[in-house]
Write a protein that binds this ligand. Structure first.
Ligand code: SF4
Length: 285
């Protein structure tokens, strides 16, 4: 019988707390480098370059002063890869995560943005919880945590379409292009675009969300999808929306696609847009 590793729920709480502290005040080095590259090499509009410069300066001030880099400190998104040989002790998983989120948002003075129910009371929960939790059971005895405070500029303009079996790469590209065009300045470009293709509608949405968290420059291992990513990136940047939507050649820093086997009768496609404040942090316990 496989040995079980006991992990205290308080360890998860502490890790989640630390990750949200970090993620709310800084972006990953890959996104930072991409913004520098866009400012120095790619953006042709002087106004666009100036916006990128301000974005980078804002980031440096936030990181050095340990203050949020955007006023919207987002909905707390947490991906957990839970080893099947882990036994969580001393509390439940969701409660442990929510405690970490609550502590980070309270102690960091991060804005709390979550309301109790979406249609009626819309009372702020006051804790920025509950987090949105996606859990995968994986082999082994580790707990992988990936957190992302997700602002709603990008969520508000994300989109779902179910393609018919006769539709293919061209329709995916056009759907992404149309979604980015309709979004205009709202998701605070330059953005990262995640595209989930296949599975069911909710599976495609989770794939699209995960895809926004891939490192800038990462290409899909399948050459056909990698080429589609690059073609789509070119097409959306040709829209001319530019940094902050003020015109320019860098609307999007990268497009990441993920796919899964699909039903013969249809192919769900979800386009999830993440703003330039592409915040996330990860740790393994
Ligand atoms: S879209 Fe991003 S950068 Fe814009 S306000 Fe929301 S969190 Fe901030």
């Amino acid at each position: 019988m496989a040995k079980v590793r006991e992990v205290e729920a308080s360890l998860v709480t502490e890790a989640v707390r630390g990750l949200f502290f970090k993620a709310n005040v800084s972006i990953g080095q890959d996104v930072y480098n991409a913004l520098v590259h866009a400012r120095d090499r790619l953006e042709e509009s002087p106004l666009g370059r100036s916006v990128l410069d301000q974005v980078l300066r804002n980031h440096d001030l936030a990181r050095d002063g340990h203050v949020p880099l955007c006023q919207d400190t987002g909905m707390a998104l947490v991906f957990i890869d839970l080893g099947q040989e882990v036994l969580l002790v001393g509390g439940g998983l969701a409660e442990a995560v929510d405690s970490g989120v609550e502590e980070a948002y309270r102690e960091g003075f991060f804005r709390k943005s979550i309301v109790t129910d979406p249609l009626f009371d819309r009372r702020n929960t006051g804790t920025n919880t509950p987090a949105v939790l996606h859990t995968r059971i994986i082999p082994g005895d580790r707990v992988g945590l990936l957190v992302a405070p997700r602002g709603f500029g990008g969520e508000n303009v994300s989109a779902l379409r179910v393609l018919s079996p006769g539709q293919g790469p061209r329709e995916v590209l056009e759907f992404v292009r149309d979604t980015v065009e309709a979004a205009g300045p709202e998701p605070c470009p330059p953005t990262l675009v995640g595209v989930g293709i296949g599975g069911t509608v909710e599976a495609a949405a989770i794939m699209a969300k995960r895809a926004t968290l891939y490192p800038v420059g990462r290409r899909n291992p399948d050459r056909r999808y990698a080429e589609l990513e690059l073609r789509t990136l070119e097409v959306v940047n040709a829209l001319g929306i530019g940094p902050a939507g003020l015109g320019g050649t860098v609307t999007c820093l990268d497009v990441h696609m993920d796919f899964a086997p699909a039903h013969v009768a249809g192919t769900p496609v979800v386009v999830n847009i993440c703003c330039h404040a592409a915040r996330h942090a990860a740790v393994t316990i």
